[in-house]
Design a protein around this ligand. Structure first.
Ligand code: SAH
Ligand code: MG
Length: 203
């Protein structure tokens, strides 16, 4: 990975340890089918930089969707709240930091941010995806809605990656793990596991 992009990915604010970021980057580099890449859950752009670096190398485009209002656990008073990510109306807003992250990494030509609710974007989306990374809301209804909305777009031979997959309930919430089980049930083949990141391919 280009040293400046590696440094940018490591320095960015977010929820992706280096080994998982590296694995995400490698999964994206290994894409074999045509089509855009899609990330659900941009937050401050950390995973987006890992993906964007691969997109530069592969000549691809990364779309990344987020309403930037934060998931449940990011709201004031919750475990993952960051008080510096609040707008002038007192609402969570990670978009300004996301934009800085992508600008400073020099990735604005390969990263397209879509601001809005993930399922609304999916309703109007029609293009098969070469790569899909699901790292959005973790509430059961939101996570399963993301699966329903986006996984059908993953092309034959395409890659599906899911973050925060914890087989042991003691390590974290159930929904991302349930999405992973659904993918296996839907015929995806697991090709990688690093930390809580799972890499799967549509056969
Ligand atoms: N990938 C990021 C972390 C994403 S955190 C990283 O590498 O650090 C999850 C993000 O999903 C939050 O920014 C939240 O705003 C977003 N989110 C949650 N539910 C959403 C929904 N229904 N539509 C769009 N974005 C959503
Ligand atoms: Mg995550």
């Amino acid at each position: 990975m280009r040293p400046d992009l590696l440094a940018a990915a490591r320095a960015a604010r977010g929820f992706l340890p280096d080994d998982e970021g590296q694995a995400l980057h490698e999964a994206a580099l290994g894409v074999v089918v045509d089509g855009p890449w899609m990330e659900i859950g941009s937050y401050c752009g950390k995973s987006t930089v890992w993906l964007g670096a691969a997109a530069v190398e592969r000549g691809r485009t990364v779309f990344t969707v987020d309403h930037h209002r934060g998931s449940e656990e990011m709201q004031a008073g919750w475990e993952h709240h960051d008080a510096s990510l609040v707008d002038d109306a007192g609402r969570m807003d990670s978009l300004p930091v996301f934009r800085r992250t992508i600008r400073d990494a020099g990735l604005e030509d390969v990263v397209v941010a879509v601001v809005g609710r993930s399922t609304t974007v999916a309703e109007h989306w029609t293009t098969a995806l070469a790569f899909c990374f699901i790292d959005g809301g973790h509430a059961a209804d939101i996570a399963h809605a993301d699966y329903d909305a986006w996984v059908p777009f993953v092309a034959e031979g395409g890659t599906l990656t899911i973050h925060d997959v914890f087989p042991d309930p003691a390590d974290g919430g159930r929904p991302p793990y349930e999405l992973y089980l659904r993918a296996l049930d839907d015929g995806f083949v697991e090709t990688g596991a690093t930390g809580s990141l799972r890499v799967l391919h549509r056969a």
